[in-house]
Design a protein around this ligand. Structure first.
Ligand SMILES: C=C(O[C@@H]1C=C(C(=O)O)C=C[C@H]1O)C(=O)O
Length: 338
């Protein structure tokens, strides 16, 4: 029998977390028998992160009713240690860490975002899991202006950029991310980080790196990578109809959906990964645990039709009716390539 190499903390290095997007009652059943590193409920009301059955749980207001509610679970074969720290909930298993937080609804997000991010980023360093490879941020009223007339998304980006600067994250350490609209509840966020793994940040040659977007998109650029390679997988950020730094196909749902998919295919494709020193290449059919964000509910059937032709019929795909970070974007897609 071949032995998997063990790292110094005794965990096999080829190991990665498992995830699933399931109906909440199915999530309850899985949570009752597996080690849950984190649970995120995409549901009808937001709530502060808590420890539930000794693991972190965050509720995001991302669903309009029971029919579009689901839960995302991150599970591990290893024992989990969980805790709360300054309002954030976290858990770790010796190799991976999950941390979740919430920023209360407010007319001004930058300072509170910076503070919450510093809490979470400080925690991952102090606990010894400094390598952040994926972040999700859901922002209520994302395209509306704050009390000073700055769009809430841009306000959030300001605080996030300041936190990364304070923590001295350089461009190669910036994780894959999603920054998407929520139906309410301020800003909810959660991160995945690793103790010993070194995530590789991946960019899209057809897109300006988000962290180099010009100032017309906000005072501080959105700090995220287009994807990260970690533990034999590629975590693809929320991806929309953008080339260069500009939104394309304004008002054209079909073309926006196709360009979003093309952008993902390019990011995960063999030639791009080769440029990033990664041997494997992936196709859209390799994507799983996909979220498709659609601005207008009535557009979901058309988007679904296009996506179903591109993705594996076995993939877990959830469609959410929420706003997107730029008001001219109608659709955005994320997933994990295996
Ligand atoms: C769609 C884009 O950005 C969105 C916003 C992100 C963020 O601010 O973290 C990350 C990915 C997308 O959800 C884009 O700029 O291409």
């Amino acid at each position: 029998m071949t032995q998997t190499p063990l790292s110094e903390n005794g965990i096999d290095q080829g190991y990665a977390l498992s995830t699933t997007l399931v109906d909440p009652d199915v999530a309850d059943m899985i949570a009752a028998r597996e080690n849950v590193l984190g649970r995120v409920d995409y549901t009808t009301a937001a709530a502060d992160p808590i420890l539930s059955a000794r693991s972190p749980r965050l509720a995001l207001h991302m669903a309009h009713g029971k029919a579009d509610s689901f839960s995302e679970l991150w599970t591990t074969p290893h024992d989990v240690t969980a805790g709360m720290h300054d309002g954030v909930a976290y858990a770790h298993d010796g190799e991976f860490l999950f941390v979740a937080g919430r920023i209360a609804e407010s007319g001004h997000y930058a300072t509170a975002t910076e503070k919450a991010y510093l809490t979470a980023l400080g925690l991952i360093r102090d606990l010894g899991y400094p390598n952040c490879y994926r972040m999700w941020n859901v922002v209520g009223a994302i395209n509306e202006d704050n009390a000073e007339g700055l769009e809430n998304y841009r306000d959030f980006c300001l605080g996030r950029a300041d936190a990364f600067a304070t923590m001295r994250f350089n461009e190669t350490e910036i994780p894959a991310a999603t920054g998407i609209g929520a139906l309410g509840g301020g800003i909810g966020f959660y991160f995945l980080t690793s103790r010993s793994g070194s995530p590789i940040a991946i960019e899209n040659p057809q897109q300006v790196s988000a962290y180099h977007y010009p100032q017309r998109y906000g005072p501080k650029a959105p700090k995220f990578a287009r994807a990260t390679r970690m533990g034999g997988r590629v975590y693809v950020s929320g991806t929309a109809s953008i080339t260069g730094h500009e939104s394309r196909h304004e008002g054209d749902l079909v073309r926006q959906t196709h360009l979003s998919l093309e952008n993902i295919a390019r990011v995960i494709g063999a030639s791009n990964l080769w440029e990033h020193g990664i041997g494997d290449g992936y196709f859209l059919a390799n994507l799983d645990h996909i979220k498709v964000y659609v601005r207008h509910a009535e557009d979901i059937p058309v988007v679904r039709g296009i996506c179903e032709r591109a993705f594996s019929p076995a993939a877990e795909v959830r469609y959410l009716n929420v706003d997107v970070c730029r008001s001219d974007l109608l659709v955005e897609i994320e997933g994990i390539a295996y």
